[in-house]
Design a protein around this ligand. Structure first.
Ligand SMILES: Cc1cc2nc3c(=O)[nH]c(=O)nc-3n(C[C@H](O)[C@H](O)[C@H](O)COP(=O)(O)OP(=O)(O)OC[C@H]3O[C@@H](n4cnc5c(N)ncnc54)[C@H](O)[C@@H]3O)c2cc1C
Length: 439
């Protein structure tokens, strides 16, 4: 398998990062003595929160253990998607109609939120409302689309278009699917440029970003008669009136209560060489953000410079040199199954990143031990993380924003059998493959 990767001559590198310039921070600058809010993590969640808080006059320090956008925020497919990971029928069964309606509305608002930030902050990240296409891997999956579209139209006042198999060629140059469903409201962007732009926007608003500042511990202490947080980092310590955690799949030992509720799951992407214009148009005539109906799914799209970007959960484990190398060949084979036209296309880049799944596969936000957080995007985080950052910032600033993900039950592992080390991932991967086989 490694020989295959060498034959492919693909670089183990995130393609998006070759197109973006990350903002520079002064790494010798000392941490402030005290801030209003310490934000942990410089991805979409943390930077969106920092931008909103700083615009409202709060003194904000963003503490990032690596560099701006280092986590999932620069590594993803750039699909800005409506809806949540779970389908609406499942959501209604879990939360009832009204709460599901609010959640669905939030997913639509989150795309407007990204669009507005891109416009206001002038972020050149190729944001485009090109729509998404879900494709059915089985007849049964396709049959379910009409029912889902009906529920969403009637209950949530939002239109999806079901595409029967004979009309699919107008949407995708692949003949393996049983039909599809289009949502014109979804968008695409270049995530590395977007997170770089969010970082610049947060700094322009007055937030200070500290890279290579890994948070090692957070203690709640009484100081001058009030309760404050002592945040210890690899660059020193500071006091904070509030702490907001946006560490997603990289949530670690500094926030143990949160870590126990988040399963880190690997996702991997390859991109081809730049494709001829006619071939690119044949593969995706409407330039959709595409994903299939399986649990162990593939997601793919054209990049703005016409490469095929093809991603999936080739391995369930978070990224390592080994899982990335193995994923390249698995994904290349998957891509050729979908698009035999790409048999001879050179794969130029392969990389991986870590997703954050809660045990109920839902986004969650609120407070644990007095610390604010927003996590659990389950691969649907480009828009939702941006929106949650903004909403949680408003909450920290004392507003009461509507946020249907605050206060819902946030389950941990059954029987408490999880301390943050996901020993069960091989079983989960096998279980998902089994579900895809039988469902
Ligand atoms: C391969 C891949 C493809 C994806 N594709 C899509 C897609 O197409 N559409 C979509 O909607 N979503 C997608 N996602 C999900 C999306 O990227 C994430 O949900 C989103 O980026 C989460 O943003 P975040 O800011 O919460 O976390 P992240 O961007 O992961 O940032 C968390 C940051 O916290 C930092 N950190 C962690 N611990 C500490 C600490 N102790 N101290 C200081 N800093 C710390 C990390 O270094 C990291 O930079 C994808 C994810 C991956 C990995």
């Amino acid at each position: 398998m490694y020989l295959e990767l060498e034959k492919m001559n693909a670089q183990e590198q995130n393609y998006w990062l070759t197109t973006a310039e990350m903002p520079k921070t002064d790494r010798s600058h000392p941490l402030p003595e005290k801030v209003d809010v310490a934000v942990i993590g410089a991805g979409f969640t943390g930077l969106s929160a920092a931008r909103t808080l700083a615009k409202r006059g709060a003194k904000v320090a963003v503490l990032e253990s690596e560099t701006i956008g280092w986590g999932a925020s620069s590594r993803n497919g750039g699909m800005v998607l409506t809806g949540l990971k779970l389908g609406v029928n499942k959501l209604v069964s879990m939360y009832g109609h009204e709460r599901t309606q609010q959640m669905y509305a939030a997913s639509l608002a989150s795309i407007d939120c990204v669009e507005q930030i891109v416009r206001e902050e002038n972020i050149a990240c190729d944001f485009a409302r090109c729509g998404h296409l879900e494709v059915a891997c089985k007849q049964r999956h396709f049959d379910d689309y009409a029912s889902q579209a009906g529920v969403i139209a009637r209950g949530f006042n939002h239109q999806l278009r079901v595409v029967p198999r004979h009309e699919l060629p107008a949407e995708i140059g692949s003949s393996i699917y049983y039909g599809g469903m289009v949502d014109e409201v979804s968008a695409g962007l270049n995530p590395a440029r977007y997170v770089a732009g969010l970082g610049c926007a947060a700094m322009r608003a007055g937030a200070a970003i500290f890279e290579h500042a890994r948070v090692q511990g957070i203690e709640r202490l009484s100081r001058n008669g009030t309760s404050e947080f002592r945040v210890a980092t690899s660059r020193g310590s500071l006091w904070a009136r509030n702490v907001f955690v946006g560490t997603s799949g990289y949530t670690g030992a500094a926030t143990p209560a949160l870590r126990k509720k988040i399963i880190p799951i690997g996702s991997y992407i390859i991109t081809t060489e730049v494709l001829p214009d006619a071939l690119a148009r044949e593969l995706s005539p409407r330039n959709r953000m595409i994903y299939d109906s399986k649990n162990y799914l593939y997601y793919y799209r054209l990049t703005p410079d016409r490469r095929m970007l093809f991603g999936g959960r080739a391995a369930f484990f978070p990224e390592t040199a080994d899982t990335i190398r193995k994923s390249a060949e698995i994904l290349r084979r998957g891509m050729i199954d979908v698009y035999p036209q790409l048999r001879d296309a050179k794969v130029e880049y392969v990389w991986g990143g870590t997703l954050d799944f809660a045990f109920d596969i839902m986004p969650h936000a609120g407070q644990i031990d007095g610390i604010y957080f927003a996590v659990g995007y389950a691969g649907h985080g480009v828009a939702m993380a941006t929106w949650q950052g903004q909403k949680m910032a408003e909450m920290i600033a004392g507003d009461k924003p509507e946020n249907p993900f605050v206060g819902i039950p946030f389950p941990g592992a059954p029987l408490g059998l999880y301390n943050g080390r996901p020993w069960f991932l091989p079983f989960a991967g096998a279980w998902y493959k089994f579900l895809d086989w039988v469902s």
